[in-house]
Design a protein around this ligand. Structure first.
Ligand code: SAM
Length: 246
Protein backbone atom coordinates (compact mmCIF):
# COMPACT_ATOMS: atom_id res chain seq x y z
CA UNK A 1 0.00 0.00 0.00
CA UNK A 2 1.34 3.46 -0.87
CA UNK A 3 1.47 6.55 1.33
CA UNK A 4 -0.50 8.63 -1.19
CA UNK A 5 -4.17 9.34 -0.46
CA UNK A 6 -6.65 6.79 -1.71
CA UNK A 7 -8.98 8.51 -4.17
CA UNK A 8 -12.40 7.33 -5.31
CA UNK A 9 -14.49 8.77 -8.12
CA UNK A 10 -18.11 7.70 -7.79
CA UNK A 11 -20.35 7.94 -10.84
CA UNK A 12 -23.95 8.02 -9.71
CA UNK A 13 -27.39 9.49 -10.35
CA UNK A 14 -27.46 10.45 -6.66
CA UNK A 15 -24.20 12.28 -5.81
CA UNK A 16 -25.88 13.80 -2.74
CA UNK A 17 -25.85 10.33 -1.12
CA UNK A 18 -22.04 10.64 -0.66
CA UNK A 19 -20.09 10.52 1.59
CA UNK A 20 -23.20 9.59 3.64
CA UNK A 21 -22.20 7.12 6.37
CA UNK A 22 -18.58 7.39 5.24
CA UNK A 23 -18.51 10.96 6.55
CA UNK A 24 -18.76 9.64 10.13
CA UNK A 25 -16.64 7.76 12.66
CA UNK A 26 -13.41 6.11 11.46
CA UNK A 27 -13.97 6.75 7.73
CA UNK A 28 -15.14 10.33 8.37
CA UNK A 29 -12.06 11.19 10.44
CA UNK A 30 -9.84 9.66 7.78
CA UNK A 31 -11.64 11.70 5.11
CA UNK A 32 -11.11 14.88 7.15
CA UNK A 33 -7.44 14.13 7.64
CA UNK A 34 -6.88 13.50 3.92
CA UNK A 35 -6.10 9.77 4.11
CA UNK A 36 -8.70 9.25 1.41
CA UNK A 37 -10.71 11.50 -0.87
CA UNK A 38 -13.91 11.26 -2.83
CA UNK A 39 -15.56 12.93 -5.78
CA UNK A 40 -19.15 12.04 -6.57
CA UNK A 41 -20.15 12.94 -10.13
CA UNK A 42 -23.70 13.07 -11.42
CA UNK A 43 -24.02 10.84 -14.49
CA UNK A 44 -26.93 13.04 -15.58
CA UNK A 45 -24.45 15.87 -16.27
CA UNK A 46 -23.37 13.87 -19.34
CA UNK A 47 -26.85 13.44 -20.80
CA UNK A 48 -27.39 14.78 -24.30
CA UNK A 49 -30.91 16.19 -24.16
CA UNK A 50 -32.62 18.91 -22.20
CA UNK A 51 -34.50 16.33 -20.15
CA UNK A 52 -31.11 14.95 -19.04
CA UNK A 53 -32.08 11.42 -20.04
CA UNK A 54 -29.68 8.67 -18.95
CA UNK A 55 -31.72 5.53 -19.66
CA UNK A 56 -33.88 3.93 -22.32
CA UNK A 57 -36.05 0.87 -22.91
CA UNK A 58 -34.30 -2.48 -23.40
CA UNK A 59 -33.86 -3.93 -26.90
CA UNK A 60 -35.63 -7.27 -27.06
CA UNK A 61 -38.34 -6.09 -24.73
CA UNK A 62 -38.80 -6.51 -21.02
CA UNK A 63 -39.70 -4.38 -18.07
CA UNK A 64 -37.49 -1.65 -16.66
CA UNK A 65 -34.99 0.75 -18.14
CA UNK A 66 -31.32 0.38 -19.04
CA UNK A 67 -28.62 3.04 -18.57
CA UNK A 68 -27.30 4.28 -21.92
CA UNK A 69 -23.74 3.38 -22.96
CA UNK A 70 -22.96 6.71 -24.66
CA UNK A 71 -23.82 8.76 -21.57
CA UNK A 72 -21.95 6.38 -19.27
CA UNK A 73 -18.85 6.31 -21.47
CA UNK A 74 -18.64 10.09 -21.43
CA UNK A 75 -18.98 10.14 -17.65
CA UNK A 76 -16.26 7.49 -17.28
CA UNK A 77 -13.86 9.14 -19.73
CA UNK A 78 -14.30 12.50 -18.00
CA UNK A 79 -12.61 11.08 -14.89
CA UNK A 80 -9.00 12.11 -14.98
CA UNK A 81 -6.63 10.37 -14.56
CA UNK A 82 -8.53 7.16 -15.33
CA UNK A 83 -8.50 4.71 -12.43
CA UNK A 84 -9.40 1.05 -12.03
CA UNK A 85 -13.07 1.10 -13.00
CA UNK A 86 -15.60 -1.05 -11.19
CA UNK A 87 -19.31 -1.44 -11.88
CA UNK A 88 -21.18 -2.53 -8.74
CA UNK A 89 -23.29 -5.41 -9.96
CA UNK A 90 -24.97 -8.54 -8.54
CA UNK A 91 -23.33 -10.44 -11.43
CA UNK A 92 -19.83 -9.41 -10.39
CA UNK A 93 -16.91 -11.03 -8.61
CA UNK A 94 -17.87 -11.37 -4.97
CA UNK A 95 -16.32 -8.73 -2.70
CA UNK A 96 -14.15 -10.72 -0.29
CA UNK A 97 -11.56 -9.53 2.20
CA UNK A 98 -8.86 -10.59 -0.30
CA UNK A 99 -10.40 -8.34 -2.98
CA UNK A 100 -10.85 -5.53 -0.43
CA UNK A 101 -7.11 -5.67 0.32
CA UNK A 102 -6.34 -5.57 -3.39
CA UNK A 103 -8.59 -2.52 -3.93
CA UNK A 104 -7.28 -0.71 -0.85
CA UNK A 105 -3.81 -1.01 -2.40
CA UNK A 106 -4.91 0.88 -5.54
CA UNK A 107 -4.43 4.65 -5.60
CA UNK A 108 -7.54 5.47 -7.58
CA UNK A 109 -10.84 3.70 -8.10
CA UNK A 110 -13.77 4.68 -10.28
CA UNK A 111 -17.03 3.21 -8.99
CA UNK A 112 -19.98 3.10 -11.34
CA UNK A 113 -23.34 2.83 -9.56
CA UNK A 114 -26.16 1.35 -11.58
CA UNK A 115 -29.90 2.01 -11.22
CA UNK A 116 -32.98 0.59 -12.93
CA UNK A 117 -32.20 -2.76 -14.68
CA UNK A 118 -28.51 -1.88 -14.86
CA UNK A 119 -26.20 -0.65 -17.62
CA UNK A 120 -25.90 -1.40 -21.35
CA UNK A 121 -23.47 -4.32 -21.66
CA UNK A 122 -21.39 -2.60 -24.35
CA UNK A 123 -20.05 0.11 -22.05
CA UNK A 124 -18.56 -2.57 -19.78
CA UNK A 125 -16.55 -3.92 -22.71
CA UNK A 126 -15.69 -0.53 -24.23
CA UNK A 127 -14.32 0.90 -20.98
CA UNK A 128 -12.75 -2.31 -19.64
CA UNK A 129 -14.92 -2.27 -16.53
CA UNK A 130 -14.76 -4.97 -13.84
CA UNK A 131 -17.95 -6.05 -12.08
CA UNK A 132 -18.02 -6.48 -8.30
CA UNK A 133 -20.92 -7.76 -6.21
CA UNK A 134 -21.42 -7.18 -2.49
CA UNK A 135 -23.48 -10.34 -2.10
CA UNK A 136 -26.09 -12.64 -3.56
CA UNK A 137 -29.05 -10.31 -3.27
CA UNK A 138 -30.36 -7.43 -5.38
CA UNK A 139 -30.15 -3.83 -4.18
CA UNK A 140 -32.13 -1.04 -5.79
CA UNK A 141 -28.94 0.80 -6.72
CA UNK A 142 -25.18 0.59 -6.73
CA UNK A 143 -24.68 3.39 -4.17
CA UNK A 144 -25.00 1.29 -0.98
CA UNK A 145 -22.75 -1.33 -2.61
CA UNK A 146 -20.14 1.35 -3.40
CA UNK A 147 -20.28 2.50 0.22
CA UNK A 148 -19.75 -1.06 1.48
CA UNK A 149 -16.76 -1.49 -0.82
CA UNK A 150 -15.27 1.85 0.23
CA UNK A 151 -15.87 1.30 3.95
CA UNK A 152 -14.13 -2.09 3.86
CA UNK A 153 -11.13 -0.58 2.02
CA UNK A 154 -10.86 2.62 4.07
CA UNK A 155 -10.38 0.81 7.37
CA UNK A 156 -7.32 -0.92 5.87
CA UNK A 157 -5.63 2.30 4.72
CA UNK A 158 -2.49 3.17 6.69
CA UNK A 159 -3.31 5.45 9.64
CA UNK A 160 -7.06 4.73 9.76
CA UNK A 161 -7.24 2.12 12.49
CA UNK A 162 -5.73 2.83 15.88
CA UNK A 163 -3.22 0.48 17.52
CA UNK A 164 -5.99 -1.04 19.61
CA UNK A 165 -7.78 -2.45 16.57
CA UNK A 166 -6.00 -5.32 14.88
CA UNK A 167 -7.03 -6.24 11.32
CA UNK A 168 -4.76 -9.32 11.56
CA UNK A 169 -7.12 -11.03 14.00
CA UNK A 170 -10.40 -10.24 12.30
CA UNK A 171 -12.81 -12.49 10.46
CA UNK A 172 -11.48 -13.82 7.14
CA UNK A 173 -7.82 -13.35 8.08
CA UNK A 174 -6.30 -16.80 7.66
CA UNK A 175 -9.63 -17.89 6.16
CA UNK A 176 -11.43 -18.14 9.52
CA UNK A 177 -14.33 -16.28 11.14
CA UNK A 178 -13.44 -14.44 14.33
CA UNK A 179 -13.52 -15.88 17.87
CA UNK A 180 -16.15 -14.50 20.32
CA UNK A 181 -15.47 -11.36 22.36
CA UNK A 182 -16.31 -10.62 26.02
CA UNK A 183 -15.96 -7.52 28.21
CA UNK A 184 -16.99 -6.35 31.72
CA UNK A 185 -18.87 -7.35 33.79
CA UNK A 186 -17.12 -10.74 34.12
CA UNK A 187 -20.32 -12.13 35.63
CA UNK A 188 -23.54 -10.86 34.09
CA UNK A 189 -27.10 -11.90 34.86
CA UNK A 190 -29.39 -11.27 31.91
CA UNK A 191 -33.00 -10.05 32.13
CA UNK A 192 -34.31 -13.65 32.39
CA UNK A 193 -32.15 -14.26 35.50
CA UNK A 194 -29.59 -16.49 33.75
CA UNK A 195 -26.05 -16.03 35.03
CA UNK A 196 -23.65 -15.66 32.09
CA UNK A 197 -20.03 -15.73 33.22
CA UNK A 198 -17.11 -15.00 30.90
CA UNK A 199 -15.14 -18.19 30.03
CA UNK A 200 -12.55 -18.71 32.84
CA UNK A 201 -9.65 -19.03 30.42
CA UNK A 202 -10.02 -15.36 29.41
CA UNK A 203 -9.51 -14.29 33.04
CA UNK A 204 -6.46 -16.54 33.52
CA UNK A 205 -3.88 -14.11 32.15
CA UNK A 206 -2.21 -17.07 30.39
CA UNK A 207 -1.54 -15.61 26.96
CA UNK A 208 -0.65 -18.84 25.12
CA UNK A 209 -3.70 -20.68 26.45
CA UNK A 210 -5.96 -17.75 25.57
CA UNK A 211 -4.56 -17.72 22.01
CA UNK A 212 -5.14 -21.48 21.67
CA UNK A 213 -8.70 -21.16 23.03
CA UNK A 214 -9.50 -18.31 20.64
CA UNK A 215 -8.08 -20.25 17.70
CA UNK A 216 -10.17 -23.31 18.60
CA UNK A 217 -13.34 -21.21 18.91
CA UNK A 218 -12.63 -19.50 15.57
CA UNK A 219 -12.25 -22.92 13.97
CA UNK A 220 -15.47 -24.27 15.57
CA UNK A 221 -17.47 -21.23 14.48
CA UNK A 222 -16.11 -21.40 10.92
CA UNK A 223 -16.80 -25.15 10.67
CA UNK A 224 -20.42 -24.82 11.77
CA UNK A 225 -21.38 -21.49 10.20
CA UNK A 226 -19.36 -21.48 6.98
CA UNK A 227 -18.39 -24.97 5.81
CA UNK A 228 -17.29 -23.40 2.50
CA UNK A 229 -14.69 -21.21 4.25
CA UNK A 230 -13.63 -24.11 6.46
CA UNK A 231 -13.01 -26.32 3.44
CA UNK A 232 -10.83 -23.65 1.79
CA UNK A 233 -8.98 -23.06 5.04
CA UNK A 234 -8.31 -26.81 5.50
CA UNK A 235 -7.10 -27.16 1.93
CA UNK A 236 -4.78 -24.15 2.29
CA UNK A 237 -3.38 -25.54 5.57
CA UNK A 238 -2.71 -28.94 3.96
CA UNK A 239 -1.01 -27.31 0.96
CA UNK A 240 1.21 -25.23 3.28
CA UNK A 241 2.19 -28.37 5.22
CA UNK A 242 3.08 -30.29 2.03
CA UNK A 243 5.17 -27.33 0.79
CA UNK A 244 7.06 -27.19 4.10
CA UNK A 245 7.83 -30.91 3.98
CA UNK A 246 9.36 -30.60 0.47
N1 SAM B 1 -31.34 -6.25 -13.23
C1 SAM B 1 -30.21 -6.45 -12.36
C2 SAM B 1 -30.02 -7.95 -12.10
O1 SAM B 1 -31.00 -8.66 -12.07
O2 SAM B 1 -28.86 -8.35 -11.91
C3 SAM B 1 -30.41 -5.73 -11.01
C4 SAM B 1 -30.38 -4.25 -11.13
S1 SAM B 1 -30.45 -3.45 -9.57
C5 SAM B 1 -32.14 -3.20 -9.36
C6 SAM B 1 -29.85 -1.83 -9.88
C7 SAM B 1 -28.38 -1.64 -9.58
O3 SAM B 1 -28.09 -1.94 -8.22
C8 SAM B 1 -27.41 -2.48 -10.36
O4 SAM B 1 -27.19 -1.94 -11.65
C9 SAM B 1 -26.17 -2.44 -9.49
O5 SAM B 1 -25.38 -1.30 -9.75
C10 SAM B 1 -26.75 -2.35 -8.09
N2 SAM B 1 -26.72 -3.62 -7.34
C11 SAM B 1 -27.79 -4.37 -7.03
N3 SAM B 1 -27.46 -5.45 -6.33
C12 SAM B 1 -26.12 -5.40 -6.17
C13 SAM B 1 -25.17 -6.25 -5.55
N4 SAM B 1 -25.53 -7.37 -4.95
N5 SAM B 1 -23.87 -5.89 -5.59
C14 SAM B 1 -23.49 -4.76 -6.21
N6 SAM B 1 -24.35 -3.92 -6.82
C15 SAM B 1 -25.64 -4.23 -6.82
Amino acid sequence: MTGTPWHVDVLTLFPEMFPGPLGHSLAGKALESGIWSLEATNIRDFAHDRHRTVDDTPFGGGAGMVMRPDVLEEAIRAVSPPGRCIYLSPRGRLLTQALVKELAAEEHLVLLCGRYEGVDERVLEACNIEEVSVGDYVLSGGEPAAMILMDACIRLLPGVMGNTETPDEESFEDGLLEYPHYTRPAEWTDASGTLRPVPDILLSGHHANICAWRRARAEDITKTRRPDLWQNHSQATTTRKIRKQK
